[in-house]
Design a protein around this ligand. Structure first.
Ligand code: SF4
Length: 390
């Protein structure tokens, strides 16, 4: 078996059996989307609106409502507790009848290959376009890599991906030191674009930064962009990163229509960034990258998340000069960054009230400079809805 036979995290979709998007789930729900980028997330539609069901290994820190032998299920949605639990029980029963066979096969594939021990693995399989159903719009997630060498210590993906690696008995190595390279993704993408609904594609650092260091060698992100650039009437694309390596593709991005390129810039404090985001470009390099993208004619945006210490006015001035719009969000858990937030300059930033107040201050500072703000999964032009948070 070659290392190319490995799949990223072993595709967990078979746990659902023959269940497909559009199929009924129980008496009054329908499966609207499935995303296996970082485990298994389902979106259902029913009488109380949308429901998100997450299926994750029992060793994960998240609470759940239903357990199988190896997995835990939880739900989010505005439905009665009894109905949410019933949905999880229904889906859990499906998982329970398949998990033993799936896990044996998945461990066989990951352990049976010598490549399983490598920090950088070449993997294949899975899907290119993962269907996600957000409140305002459905979209496709595209992940050229799984795992991220930028290694932000607060990254919430580690809380999702590390338990899956443990379940598959992959080496227990720290977040930020491993990555699965999906070298065949461009070919998969080309095939799927022939039949996929024309939805916005989001290439964002949720489970992996598209311009982490390995991109210089592997060029998976670049090759996916080339596929999109050569597709007639391509869907709009939203791409964001913490790396100025995106400038390697500035000419290609400038030629593509309907492309939004964003940079995560939570603070201008280079020391804080180096502490929390060790493999990322410096804040100044990120601002310069946005400036060059904007000068080349690319629509730019900035993401300030989480809120971190630093001068609000200076950050607002810097972003106002280079970003066509900005989205803000607070800290969602400290994960491996807990020691950094326990004391010192980051201590106050761990307080949710500080996060909220800083977000409000940033929103006001940006609004005063005429910078459009948006919340949610996609920029307004991609989901047709502007939300001013000021
Ligand atoms: S760049 Fe994004 S995916 Fe990578 S470690 Fe940081 S937060 Fe996680």
């Amino acid at each position: 078996m070659s290392s190319r036979d490995l799949t990223p995290l072993a595709d967990p979709r078979p746990l659902l059996g023959s269940l497909r998007v559009g199929d009924p789930v129980g008496a009054d729900h329908e499966l609207a989307g499935v995303d296996a980028s970082a485990g298994l997330t389902l979106w259902l539609r029913g009488p109380h609106g949308g429901v998100q069901v997450d299926i994750f290994p029992r060793s994960a820190p998240q609470p759940g409502v239903v357990d199988t032998q190896h997995f835990r299920l939880s739900y989010r949605g505005a439905l009665p507790t009894s109905a949410g639990k019933a949905l999880c029980e229904l889906l859990g029963a499906r998982v329970a009848t398949r998990e033993g066979d799936w896990l044996r096969a998945a461990r066989g594939r990951t352990l049976g290959a010598e490549g399983a021990q490598r920090r950088v693995r070449q993997v294949s399989g899975g899907r290119a376009l993962e269907l996600r159903v957000a409140r305002e719009v459905s979209f496709h997630a595209l992940n050229p890599y799984v795992g991220c060498l930028i290694g932000c210590s607060f990254c919430y993906a580690q809380g999702q991906l590390q338990p899956w690696r443990a379940l598959l008995r992959l080496p227990d190595v720290r977040w930020g030191s491993w990555v699965d390279v999906r070298a065949e993704l461009p070919a998969l993408l080309r095939d799927e674009l022939l039949t996929a609904p024309r939805l916005p594609i989001k290439v964002t650092p949720v489970v992996a930064d598209p311009y982490q260091a390995i991109e210089t060698k592997e060029r998976v992100t670049r090759r996916c962009l080339e596929v999109l650039a050569s597709t007639p009437n391509p869907p709009p694309v939203m791409l964001s990163t913490r790396s100025a390596r995106v400038l390697d593709d500035v000419e290609l991005l400038a030629q593509m229509s309907g492309v939004w390129v964003g940079m995560s810039v939570p603070t201008l404090d280079a020391e804080i960034c180096a502490t929390l985001e060790p493999g990322a470009s410096s804040p100044q390099e990120r601002i310069e990258a946005l400036r060059r993208l904007q000068s080349a004619g690319v629509t730019t945006f900035a993401v300030a998340q989480p809120m971190l210490p630093g001068d609000v006015r200076e950050l607002a001035d810097a972003l106002a000069g280079v970003a066509d719009s900005v989205t803000l969000d607070t800290l969602h858990g400290t994960y491996a960054a807990s020691p950094h937030f326990a004391s010192g300059p980051l201590h106050e930033a761990a307080d949710p009230a500080w996060q909220r107040a800083r977000l409000d201050a940033m929103a006001q500072a940006l609004a005063a400079r005429g910078v459009p703000l948006w919340r949610g999964e996609l920029p307004p032009a991609l989901c047709g809805e502007v939300r001013d948070t000021a």
